[in-house]
Design a protein around this ligand. Structure first.
Ligand SMILES: C[S@@+](CC[C@H](N)C(=O)[O-])C[C@H]1O[C@@H](n2cnc3c(N)ncnc32)[C@H](O)[C@@H]1O
Length: 181
């Protein structure tokens, strides 16, 4: 996985939802930032940190597990990065991401996952088979809402959603995964 992302992978998108979220946020972490394409949208580059396990364009080349900071972030982008191997690998990294999320209501983790489709160049990696049921299980585990669910095509493809902190206790929240904020 690391060699593929270091030597072969090519960037495929800039997502307008991410750009909008960056404009509304103060301190931002991009986990698995790839070529760090979202940094240019930050109001101040000093408040945007892109980390990546393989890509030298990151501000820091590191596995999210080993990343050390005393900051908390009101926006964390995880586009295609918390997406490999097994449940243990995924949850160890997502636990770390949730710990880095600011406690304030409205703080947001933007997720993009690939349940097992080849990359644009045909390469197939050892993807974790994400499902929306699993994403919901984790939203209960972390006490986070799901918003902005979107997907291309009807079956099997990549999908995106946000985990969001709310100011209501999780048990009292009504979940509208399609609400676009
Ligand atoms: C599919 S690419 C997406 C890159 C970028 N987020 C984008 O949307 O264009 C996934 C990136 O996540 C990085 N990555 C995978 N596992 C990671 C980890 N545990 N910690 C940090 N980066 C990771 C890879 O090196 C790769 O650059």
């Amino acid at each position: 996985m690391i060699d593929y992302f270091k030597y072969h992978w090519q960037q495929t998108e800039e997502d307008s939802h991410i750009v909008e979220c960056i404009k509304k946020s103060f301190i931002i972490l991009d986990v698995g930032c790839g070529f760090n394409q979202y940094k240019k949208y930050a109001k101040s580059p000093q408040y945007f940190k892109g980390i990546d396990i393989a890509n030298e364009d990151a501000d820091e080349v590191i596995d999210i597990i080993d990343f050390k900071t005393d900051k908390r972030f009101d926006l964390i982008i995880c586009y295609g990065s918390i997406n490999f191997y097994d449940r243990k690998w995924v949850e160890k990294r997502l636990d770390k991401v949730v710990n880095l999320l600011d406690d304030a209501p409205g703080s947001r983790i933007c997720m993009k996952v690939n349940p097992g489709n080849p990359h644009a160049d045909g390469t197939m990696l050892d993807f974790f088979p994400w499902t929306m049921d699993y994403a919901r299980d984790l939203s209960h585990k972390y006490g986070l809402m799901i918003e902005n669910y979107r997907k291309k095509g009807s079956t099997g493809g990549r999908f995106k959603f946000d985990y969001v902190r709310s100011d209501y206790p999780y048990s009292k929240q009504s979940e509208d995964i399609y609400a676009f904020v």
